[in-house]
Design a protein around this ligand. Sequence first.
Ligand SMILES: C[S@@+](CC[C@H](N)C(=O)[O-])C[C@H]1O[C@@H](n2cnc3c(N)ncnc32)[C@H](O)[C@@H]1O
Ligand SMILES: [Zn+2]
Length: 399
Amino acid sequence: MNTRGLGAMLDLELKAVREGLADVLVPAEEVRAPRKAPVFYNPRMALARDVAVLALRAYSRRLGREARACEPLCGCGVRGIRFALEVPSVAEVIMGDLNPRAVELSELNIKRNGLEGKVSVSLSDANVLLTSYSAPGARFDYVDIDPFGSPMPFVDSAVRAIRGGGLLALTATDMAPLCGVHVKACMRKYGAFPIRVRYAKEVAVRIMIGALARVASAHEVGIRPLFSHATDHYARAYCLLLKGQGKANASISMLGYIAHCPSCREREVIKGLAVPIDEECPSCGSRRLISGPLWVGELFDEAFCSEVLKEAQGAPWIGRRARKLVELALEEARSPPTYYSLPALCKVLKVSIPPVRDVVEALRERGWIASRTHFDTQAVKTNAPVKELAHIVRELSLI
Ligand SMILES: C[S@@+](CC[C@H](N)C(=O)[O-])C[C@H]1O[C@@H](n2cnc3c(N)ncnc32)[C@H](O)[C@@H]1O
Ligand SMILES: [Zn+2]
């Protein structure tokens, strides 16, 4: 049957799209807000799906056996279908969606890619679907929560539907709350206070992971982030779930706050949920902005980033942007929290912007930790005080 015939069954004009190794039908009409489409498909999110494929390939290679995955908010099914086609050890993908047309289109796409028996889809609320797999023995190795807006309404059931040592991937598209534009929405969804700073994208990822750590710990589950990124209009995190009170305590100990001085740009990372925080900036005495509670631990596992990068070499269909992103993530894996936007700093210093690479090199030559960051390609991560960074930037801008 042609796409017109198939679409008639759904009362939808369809077109065929190739993404990764998948060949899927998606709504033909391009809408400005994909969320308003009769069935969701956003070609811009192909980058996130490319990275998800690579992360799942690396994780399932570590697992060393067949893996079972769940995508309970699947839209047209492209993500789960790609897992089944592009991750050799994925034996089963269970998908679901609350939109009947999304489920019908996913069914068409499963057949179109010859995946009956390996991928299935049901008309189900994500929490109901996940809960039906929460018994020991039924749980998944990997769950991917990719909703409209915040993942938090689905996190509790996702934690319960993942076996010990399993991997949970979260997307948040509500960047305005997470980046401090809608403070109340961030407090509601994530129980954290956000801040409007140049490095807000990283703060967004840290708030989301911090909220996951708190939900998981209620189930005596600890978390360990393996990979994270904030690209375009969304934040993503891949976290291992580790069972046990000790693991939960360890991840709760990685919650804390970031205190940011809007005057001199100095920032302090404060570990601990209930600790006194001085509002006064120790460098200039101005009143600091405080964000949290949020995750103050690592956002990347360096070994995992290397494995993800290696997977990219064996998957030539993965897009260039995803490769670049993974390379940068590996570079920043050991860098300290937060980063400095060079254009913003140079504007204040009234100097021209030196190349990011030169600034990183100069910082390293002076013994500081420094790297570029995928969060902002015009920024540097460093443990050097802002005064030292400013000194180096001034020097370089004179060359
Ligand atoms: C962002 S789209 C998913 C996109 C898909 N994961 C991808 O990679 O293309 C979110 C989907 O969640 C579905 N949805 C919203 N609320 C839901 C719920 N409570 N349970 C299940 N599906 C839901 C929507 O119908 C929509 O298809
Ligand atoms: Zn200050």
